[in-house]
Structures are given as structure tokens and as C-alpha cells.
Design a protein around this ligand. Structure first.
Ligand code: ZN
Length: 138
């Protein structure tokens, strides 16, 4: 069995951002040389997500509105977590959007459904954060 590990680093300009990382993950699958296996992609921070959905701007606005309705950023004092920090909302957003995805690799390619795209979801950005990509197979 072969394995391949890579970290993707991010430093978003805004507090919240959705970034399509599908082609970067695809490149790592190619670099790994693995033809049959799995790739795990997970956020290494508790205020960021990795998830799979459609790359459609209306849907991304819907995610933003829905997450702000569920866990508004402000007022900061609505969260018990926000004593020394102001990111209580980001922890909750991360939890609902998920930590990681696992995708099958078939014939050396990501075996995704027709509209499936892999996203990094940042909920407390403007600082360096990373995603782990781990590929196993043969
Ligand atoms: Zn926190």
C-alpha cells in the first residue's frame, strides 16, 4: 500500500470564505501515483470545514445566510465561548458544515458525482490555517 501526505495552507482576506479546492486535491492524487484508493481531506482547525457541494454562487450565498441565521457572528457576547475570543460562531459553523470528506480514487482520479466539488470553508479567517490531504491505496 502506498500513502501520500500534503498540507494546503490558506490565509483568507475575509473572516468567512468558501474556496473550491477540487483541482488541488486532484493534483495531489496525480502526484501520489495512486490508482485505486481513498483520499481524506480535513480541516486542521476547529473553526474551518471541508465539505462537498455544488460550486454555484447562489447556493454559497444561501450557506452564508443560513449559517448566520443558525449562529450569527454578532453580538459577540451571545456566546459563552467568547471570553478571550470572538469566534464562538465559527466553532458552531464548522461543526454543522463538517470537518472532513473522504473521496474514492478510481483509475487515478477522484470518483465524484457529476456536481460534487470539494470546498474549504473558512469561518474565522485572516490568519494562516491548513488542510490535511492524506491519500492511501495502490
Ligand atoms: Zn474559539
Amino acid at each position: 500500500m502506498k500513502s501520500h501526505r500534503k498540507e494546503f495552507w490558506f490565509n483568507t482576506k475575509s473572516r468567512r470564505e468558501l474556496i473550491n479546492i477540487t483541482s488541488d486535491v486532484e493534483d495531489e492524487v496525480k502526484n501520489s501515483g495512486i490508482q485505486e484508493g481513498f483520499v481524506l481531506v480535513n480541516a486542521m482547525h476547529i473553526t474551518a470545514s471541508v465539505f462537498i457541494n455544488d460550486d454555484e454562487s447562489g447556493l454559497h450565498q444561501d450557506f452564508e445566510r443560513w449559517l448566520e441565521w443558525l449562529a450569527p457572528e454578532k453580538p459577540y457576547d451571545r456566546y459563552n465561548h467568547n471570553t478571550a475570543e470572538d469566534n464562538g460562531d465559527a466553532h458552531l459553523k464548522r461543526t454543522i458544515m463538517g470537518r472532513e470528506v473522504t473521496v474514492a480514487i478510481t483509475d487515478g482520479k477522484l470518483d465524484l458525482g457529476p456536481w460534487e466539488q470539494i470546498f474549504y470553508g473558512e469561518f474565522d479567517g485572516k490568519r494562516r490555517k491548513r488542510v490535511l490531504v492524506k491519500i492511501i491505496g495502490e
